[in-house]
Design a binder for this molecule. Structure first.
Ligand SMILES: [Zn+2]
Length: 260
């Protein structure tokens, strides 16, 4: 097993409940509790599980947990930073080999959510909440088709940081499938600088211009709860997000209400 992946071994022996938020309201991070009421690990996709037996156990346990989640009426978020971020972990793989590596895991992920309505599921992808140069990140264009293969309704994608902010242009050429929603990060966790609401609005409008105003929800790059942002900074960023969404609503819809 890869040395880094070993640190991310998952326990799939307890049922987890997300007491949660949706990105349209805020994205300060999900709070997870196990069936005993204790905080537990996030239930992530099986990207880092390498042994066949581990994956089989994961599907059996987590498939049940996800169905229970859904039965409770929550929106299920699959936190899948590994889809982009894994490229930096499995450094022996070039892009074609990495895509093959991920294809198997995407198929496994789809199998684990089979039967659940896509309208109640979203997936978050990012290049890791850590601060760093990110100059070796795999571009979104090299994995966007894999991301869209996951059978969810909404895709939350890191898009505010300086390494990936330009990637909204990708959607000028890549068609978002019918009925799908993009949740681009329009405020980021990589800096303490508070984004100006006008910039937030500009980012939202950029996405609306390429995928349609009905298919964009403003989000954050990653959950702020696990980042290194001071809570005050995080709240100010969320304020900027709301103000920017209000400005964008005026431009796109002629109204200033922000739906949560
Ligand atoms: Zn993230």
């Amino acid at each position: 097993m890869h040395g880094i992946a070993r640190r991310h071994r998952y326990r799939a022996t307890q049922v987890c409940v997300a007491v949660g938020y949706t990105s349209s309201r805020n994205d300060v991070g999900d709070i997870l509790y196990n069936s005993s009421g204790q905080p537990d690990i996030p239930l992530r996709p099986p990207q880092n599980l390498t042994a066949v037996g581990q994956r089989r156990t994961y599907h059996q346990k987590c498939g049940r947990a996800r169905r229970w989640w859904h039965a409770l009426g929550f929106i299920l978020q699959l936190d899948n930073p590994n889809l982009p971020d894994g490229f930096g972990l499995y450094t022996h793989l070039d892009v074609p080999a990495y895509r093959t590596f991920q294809e198997l895991r995407i198929a496994a992920l789809n199998r684990s959510i089979a039967g659940l309505p896509a309208s109640r599921i979203r997936m978050h992808v990012c290049w890791g909440a850590h601060k760093g140069p990110h100059n070796t990140d795999i571009p979104l264009k090299d994995i966007v088709d894999l991301m869209l293969d996951v059978q969810v309704e909404a895709y939350s994608v890191e898009a505010a940081n300086p390494r990936h902010a330009h990637e909204w242009h990708l959607w000028e050429h890549v068609k978002l499938p019918a009925g799908k929603i993009l949740i681009p990060g329009v405020v980021g966790h990589d800096s303490d600088t508070i984004e100006h609401p006008e910039l937030v609005a500009e980012r939202i409008c950029n996405y609306a211009s390429v995928v349609g105003r009905d298919h964009v929800i403003a989000g954050t790059d990653c959950g702020f709860g696990t980042s290194r942002l001071h809570p005050t900074i995080a709240h100010l960023k969320l304020q900027a997000l709301v103000e920017g969404a209000r400005l964008a609503s005026q431009k796109l819809w002629g109204r200033s209400e922000v739906s949560a």
